[in-house]
Design a binder for this molecule. Structure first.
Ligand SMILES: Nc1cnc(-c2cc(N)nc3[nH]ccc23)cn1
Length: 287
């Protein structure tokens, strides 16, 4: 179901941090294609040996991403097993995770943010058509392949990363900590992990993008996060009413009230043409 890569073909470079039970490194993969030697920049995602029991879920998420291909889905080259080590080999995406990129204070225009939201919505639409649930949509899992340059009219380009270890395998604490990205019904039972859950997470991710990568409910402890759902609270609304409505529509506590991907894309397109862009664009508008 996916390609196995020889450990000897991999070379580790700098460490780039860690995810849930995983450590990530920049690396290189040498492979021979049509008689030529190629050396490709890759992202090496190592699963902690102590989480051995998660490895099939780890590989499942790899195989999910390698079975389908879409321009806004991360390319997974394959997996490598070496003794205790399970390694997922992914394409290296130049600018890394979107939340860190935005937190680093890069000022981006409203249309830049809308482009990112539209690209994520088109990736979700593709997954919805294949009836595939991602389960971990968030700005940390959006990778920036091209910065874009609004003055040159060049849009950014994002790729949705693999979901990582499936929610069903994660402990209650990890699930609670994923509030407000994880849909409320999933906390009740991971059997409730459906396509609608990705719509909820989409809403929380759009909120992050329009709040410069700040984490929603930052500083909330697990108890406060649980209360947030128990009392049906909403994220602080954007001043842009149409955007706040879209986010709240996606983050409807009633899963079947959440909009379809096509509806989300239509609403995003109407946002792009709405007056907000004129009123809040950084470039002075001719009076
Ligand atoms: N599939 C991926 C995933 N993450 C990256 C990445 C790139 C970068 N410039 N800094 C980083 N810092 C942490 C991760 C990362 C690249 N490719």
């Amino acid at each position: 179901q996916f390609h196995t890569i020889k450990y000897e073909d991999l070379k580790w470079d700098e460490s780039l941090g860690q995810g849930s039970f995983t450590r990530i490194y920049k690396g290189y993969r040498t492979d021979i294609r049509d008689g030529e030697k190629h050396c490709t920049e890759v992202l090496l995602k190592e699963l902690d040996a102590c989480h051995k029991n998660c490895w099939e879920s780890f590989f499942e998420s790899a195989s999910l991403m390698s079975q389908i291909s879409h321009k806004h889905l991360l390319l997974v080259y394959g997996v490598s097993v070496h003794g205790e080590k399970n390694i997922m080999v992914q394409e290296f995406v130049k600018y890394g995770a979107l939340d860190l990129y935005l937190k680093r204070g890069k000022t981006v225009s409203v249309s830049w943010k809308l482009d990112v939201a539209k690209q994520l919505a088109s990736a979700l639409n593709f997954l919805e058509e294949k009836n595939i649930v991602h389960g971990n949509i968030c700005a940390k899992n959006l990778l920036l392949a091209r910065e874009g340059d609004s003055s040159q009219g060049i849009s950014p380009f994002i790729k949705l990363s693999d979901p990582g270890i499936s929610l069903a395998m994660l402990g209650k604490h990890v699930l609670l900590d994923r509030i407000p990205w994880v849909a409320p019904e999933v906390l009740i039972s991971s059997e409730n992990l459906t396509l609608e859950c990705d719509k909820w997470s989409f809403g929380a991710t759009v909120w992050e993008v329009f709040n410069n990568g700040n984490s929603p409910l930052k500083g909330y402890n697990l108890k406060e996060k649980r209360r947030f759902y128990e009392t049906f609270q909403r994220l602080p609304p954007s001043q842009w009413a149409e955007l706040a409505d879209l986010i709240n529509h996606c983050m409807d506590y009633q899963a079947d009230f959440r909009p379809s991907c096509r509806c989300i894309i239509r609403q995003l397109n109407s946002l792009i043409t709405s007056d907000y862009e004129i009123l809040h664009s950084t470039e002075p508008v001719a009076q």
